[in-house]
Design a protein around this ligand. Structure first.
Ligand code: GLU
Length: 304
């Protein structure tokens, strides 16, 4: 859809799309702040979408907790939160279009088999005459061509899906829709024009662009910010026991996040209310100043 005629009549629609696998930690707060500041600095709409599509990985109450944390640090979103769990029919429709156009196939290959292929799926089930009897996933066929895009932060990024990823899963063996499909259906549904998110997702972007092309969707502008890692080089996450942010310490955390994004907030701001610091961040936002790095270690930030 033409971004000038979307339902918000804004040229910029951004979004933060957490998965409710646990409360927000400092890493996810940075992603939220970066997408918020980029949207607000461009007079844009900022949406929150809850990516609650994977119940086995989710924590009960995490979705509400994340929203409470965002409110507490004054990251106020526009419109109602969209929950992916309410959108299954839309993913089914997209899957049907892909299937009807013969872009998909069933595949029961196991993880060890894929590992033995060098972790790039080799397309061996593309032309099976009948569906497998065991549990199967649905994969989409990819092409042997480079998909490239200009990342707002990282610059040009390219990937050949056939050589680097292989045909990828859009419906999992447990019949849950894969992130790659759901995310592009909803970015299109919400008319998202700009996606600012963590570098850990940059290598998913060519798969998402490819699906957008197959489904005739508009491709948003992407910017991938560095991901904060602990001193062992691991992304902060529930798996690595990242602590939930303490919203009572919100002012300090926002100050740290602005520094992480290379904005140089004055030290005196560090105890100012969250809303004032965010207003300073909007005023001084410069996406080009965000470091062109995959990771930044948390240690130099001395997060308390
Ligand atoms: N739900 C994904 C996550 O929490 C992010 C999706 C996205 O921003 O595209 O990692």
């Amino acid at each position: 859809m033409n971004s000038k005629t979307n339902k918000y009549s804004s040229k910029y629609i951004g979004r933060f799309a957490p998965s409710p696998t646990g409360p927000l930690h400092f890493g996810s707060l940075i992603a939220a702040i970066a997408s918020y500041l980029d949207a607000r600095a461009n007079n844009g709409v900022w949406l929150v979408r809850m990516e609650d599509l994977d119940p086995p990985r989710e924590d009960e109450g995490a979705a509400e907790k994340i929203l409470d944390q965002l409110i507490a640090v004054k990251l106020q979103w526009d419109e109602e939160v969209l929950f992916q769990s309410t959108r299954l029919e839309n993913y089914e429709d997209a899957l049907k279009i892909l299937t009807d156009n013969n872009y998909c196939f069933e595949c029961a290959c196991t993880r060890p088999q894929i590992k033995a292929m060098g972790s790039v799926y080799d397309g061996r089930c593309r032309d099976r005459p009948t569906p497998p009897r065991e549990k199967f996933a649905i994969r989409v066929r990819v092409e042997d061509r480079s998909i490239d895009f200009e990342d707002l932060v990282q610059g040009n990024y390219q990937q050949n899906l056939k050589k680097e990823v292989g045909d990828f899963v859009i419906l999992r063996k447990d019949k849950l829709y894969a992130y790659q499909l759901a995310v592009i259906v909803d970015d299109a549904f919400q008319d998202v024009t700009h996606i600012i998110r963590g570098y850990d997702l940059i290598d998913s972007t060519p798969r998402q662009i490819y699906l957008q092309q197959l489904l005739g969707y508009h491709t948003p502008i992407y910017g991938h910010i560095p991901v904060i890692v602990n001193n062992q080089g691991q992304k902060l996450s529930k798996q690595h026991f990242a602590d939930p942010i303490d919203v009572n310490n919100g002012a300090k955390l926002i100050h740290q996040a602005l520094k992480f994004l290379n904005l140089n907030p004055p030290e005196i701001n560090s105890s100012a209310p969250c809303s004032e610091q965010l207003a300073w961040g909007i005023e001084n936002w410069d996406v080009q100043a965000v470091p062109k790095l995959a990771n930044i270690k948390e240690n130099p930030l001395e997060i308390e």
